[in-house]
Design a protein around this ligand. Structure first.
Ligand code: NAD
Length: 490
């Protein structure tokens, strides 16, 4: 699958990808590299430049130098450039989808039909949102308050591997649209589509230094960027443990952070729900081999219909093919990395030792080294590790409840608060439960429907802040109130 070249390039699924950084409008390789493997079959894809303090300094300096001119363009001036950027992503959809699949093992069909188009939309949506955003003055008795949204400066954007291009552009779009210049640190387990993103931005006319990409290991390249003195915003999507480290670095420089973190979301099914729809959606929680922050990994079912629902979910899961993510019929692909496989196995083994019973799955899948069977664990208690901690693999737990009070206690009984899914035909119940659940996103009778105008983010250990529409724009702006004394001008 991979062909290495001495010119810091690799050929992945017939696509030429630079493995160097992108700093100040130039490809900059490092002497040190890290190896990137495909989770599909373990094949070696590329040796990628491993940045550290030197590359972080160079990228932040390039972003700082490019900032005044980019900020001065204003939202209208940036709009056509960012629209070309979005168009460039669309025009390279097949290549981006193929490279993403090779690099992180996610389904090719999903990347092609959903993730790459969403990446383009992320850029275009925020460019248009910024251009049409209007602010009404706030009138006081003696002054008029004009609220200004100045670009904040240099933003560092750090993202995970489970959907690298889509998650990066979700930050790149609003940060650039608001007039910031940026340094992106892609995930080391799937760094390649963010490299292609830099080429596409360049071809679209994004000026040198406005978008920089520093490749590298989180503890080196990422840590150097978040500790940098000349950074104005840090936006991070990843694990709660890493967020604690980034938060400490940001505290030293008083840099505002946006955190989109892990979850352990409840998937709630009431007796009056459309059980077929609920069963299909529960089975859908194994998508991306369960490596989805929002996944409803704790299935909470009203006791009276538990057996009925279980039978329907079992049928759906049995029909979900585990295998090569490039093949059409596949529903569940591999885990990202041997470390992730070990982590998932460890969770399942410890859960079994503590008394959990697999209703299905629980072991490696025959499809290959990194493939894990879709797994459902019953006989779990609220205080067990498997109920409390994020596994980030195809592992769900099955619990039953007798009434709404018990459900709310169980659903809210972890440190997370990213999402919740509720299936019921009763609107009143939906609202009663929605008002009591702690979650940044709550989907009723559906899952993962995402409008970029709406807020997205997590409560408790699942995050700080919200992304989407004005929430993103506010984060990437220095908000300034200009109060003008009424009648004080000639
Ligand atoms: P991770 O925290 O290990 O890594 C995320 C990114 O942080 C990577 O680019 C990594 O290189 C970098 N990093 C690691 N250590 C760093 C440090 N000390 N300083 C700066 N950067 C550092 O997470 P992961 O394993 O890549 O991703 C999985 C996690 O991401 C899960 O917890 C998942 O729930 C979460 N996630 C959340 C969302 C969301 O929107 N809330 C979306 C996707 C994934």
């Amino acid at each position: 699958m991979a062909k290495q070249s001495k010119t810091a390039r690799a050929t992945i699924a017939d696509v030429e990808v630079s493995t160097a950084h992108w700093i100040g409008g130039k490809r900059v390789p490092s002497n040190r590299t890290f190896e990137d493997f495909s989770p599909i079959d373990g094949s070696h894809l590329a040796n990628v430049s491993a940045g550290g303090a030197e590359e972080a300094n160079a990228a932040v300096a390039a972003a700082r130098a490019a900032f005044p001119a980019w900020a001065a363009l204003g939202p209208q001036g940036r709009l056509p450039i960012l629209k070309r950027f979005a168009e460039g992503i669309r025009s390279r959809r097949e290549e981006l989808a193929a490279v993403e699949t090779a690099d992180n093992g996610s389904l090719l069909s999903r990347n092609r039909e959903d993730m790459v188009p969403r990446a383009a939309h992320n850029i275009e949506f925020f460019a248009e949102w910024a251009a049409k955003r209007q602010h009404k003055p706030i009138e006081s008795p003696t002054v008029t308050n004009h609220v200004r949204y100045d670009p904040s400066g240099v933003a560092v954007l750090i993202t995970p591997w489970n959907s690298p291009l889509m998650l990066a552009t979700w930050k790149v779009g609003p940060a650039l649209a608001a007039g910031n210049t940026i340094v992106v640190k892609p995930p080391e387990w799937a760094p390649l589509t963010c490299s292609l993103m830099a080429d596409i931005a360049h071809e679209a006319g994004v000026p040198a230094g406005v978008l920089n990409v520093v490749q590298g290991i989180g503890e080196e390249a990422g840590a150097a960027l978040v500790a940098h003195e000349d950074v104005d915003r840090i936006s991070f999507t990843g694990s709660t443990d890493t967020a604690r480290l980034i938060g400490q670095a940001a505290a030293r420089t008083i840099t505002p952070v946006s955190f989109e973190l892990g979850g352990k979301s409840p998937f709630v099914v009431f007796a009056d729900a459309d059980l077929d729809a609920a069963a299909k959606t529960v089975a859908g929680q194994y998508n991306n081999a369960g490596q989805v922050c929002l996944a409803g990994t704790r299935v909470l079912v009203e006791r009276s219909i538990a057996d009925d629902l279980l039978g329907r979910v079992r049928k759906e899961v049995a029909a979900s093919k585990v295998g090569d993510p490039r093949e059409g019929g596949t529903k569940i692909g591999p885990l990202i990395h041997p470390d992730a496989f070990e982590r998932v196995t460890g969770f399942v083994e410890r859960a079994k030792a503590a008394g959990a019973e697999p209703l299905w799955g629980g072991n490696r899948h025959e499809a290959g080294a990194l493939y894990f069977q879709p797994t459902m664990l019953a006989n779990v208690k609220q205080d067990m590790e498997i109920v409390q901690r994020e596994v980030f693999g195809p592992v769900l737990t099955w619990q039953t409840f007798k009434d709404e009070d018990e459900l709310v206690e169980m659903a809210n009984g972890t440190k997370y608060g990213l999402a919740a899914m509720v299936f019921t035909r009763s609107e009143q119940r939906a609202w009663r439960v929605a008002d009591r659940l702690v979650a940044g996103s709550l989907w009723v009778n559906c899952f993962f429907v995402r409008d970029l105008a709406a807020p997205f983010g997590g409560s408790r250990n699942s995050g700080i802040g919200r992304e989407g529409g004005d929430w993103s724009m506010d984060f990437y702006s220095d908000i300034k109130n200009v109060s003008i004394l009424k009648g004080s001008f000639d």
